[in-house]
Design a protein around this ligand. Sequence first.
Ligand code: SF4
Ligand code: SF4
Length: 384
Amino acid sequence: MRPFTMNIVDDMRGQNIIALEHAKRDNRKVVGMYCAFAPQELALAAGAIPVSLCGTKHGPVTAAEKILPRNLCPLIKSSFGFAITDTCPYFRFSDIIVAETTCDGKKKMFELLKEYKPIHMMQLPQGTDRPYAVAWWVKELEILKEWLEESLGVEITRANLREAIKLCNREREVLKRLHEMNRLDPAPLTGLDMLAAIWMKGFNVEKENGINLVSQLIDEIQEIADKRQSPFQPGTPRVLLTGCPVSIGSEKVVRLVEECGGAVVCFESCSGIKTMKNLVDEDEEKEPLQAIAECYLKIPCSVMTPNPGRFELLGQLISDYQVDGVIDLTWQACHTYIIEDVNIRNFVRDRFGISTIQLETDYSDSDLEQLKTRISAFIEMISV
Ligand code: SF4
Ligand code: SF4
């Protein structure tokens, strides 16, 4: 039983490109962003449209490999490939780009990307255990604010920042509510549809439209759940996907899990709950940049060391979503996630006694059969 609203979600990507074209014709500015640490609120407060430029498809990887090393994470190669082949309308429409020093591959790729678009690099602290980490990030936000004002010829006011904070918080809240629908057993939405609905957030020219559409989807899912309908049979093994970000185009593991008889009910990665769980403090007394910095630094990404937040979040999600197994998906050559996997799997096994598996792959279809064999054995194991 697929909600009708998912058809509208499917059409949104094409419509968003048309809307972006119109917005550009009306002289709106577009700010490209690659990472969950990029503060969308500042772009919105500058009157610009923030868009996600994270590459999710294998297509442009070959072009990227002519310049970048082959043994690099596919997300970086895909992102770079889209840029140099001019095949991503969102990159083409971006006036400027906000980048961050997250993993080594990405930050060095950004140095090459400077040839194609004006880029501002934010220096992200490498951990949050130092007392000055938040102050550091506030300073980076101040520098970014000045750069945006200069590049876009606008003033970012406190009032505009407050408005942007509220808008982004409402988007986070509605997406979190959507994601939490799959706490129900059996889950009312497939993992693939959940991914598609969440992914859309990076491309909405008007965030308000995206918020309304997700609300409509939640209402429809609630009706489906009330009728005790689900795309899954009762007893379908429930899987939590953690690790590197996945999106439409790089969804092969999600697809395989569901083809092999499982249900992906929870996305812990930054394409899922990781970026929705915390809200920016809306307290009028608080400096907006301070509030933004505090919220974004809570994102438990493996580029941070130590990264205790990921373990806390994972533990919470395993209980909340009553999962039977955890898949840690790591893109090839993503050193931070691959190395963190050791502790993640020990934590899941020792603390919760449930099965877990690491899958390391890229964006190509070359290992589909091999992945299918491993996933199918995993689903069989957690079914009993
Ligand atoms: S996994 Fe980390 S580095 Fe990658 S997009 Fe998410 S927050 Fe950014
Ligand atoms: S998946 Fe890993 S290697 Fe790739 S961009 Fe994200 S953190 Fe970097």
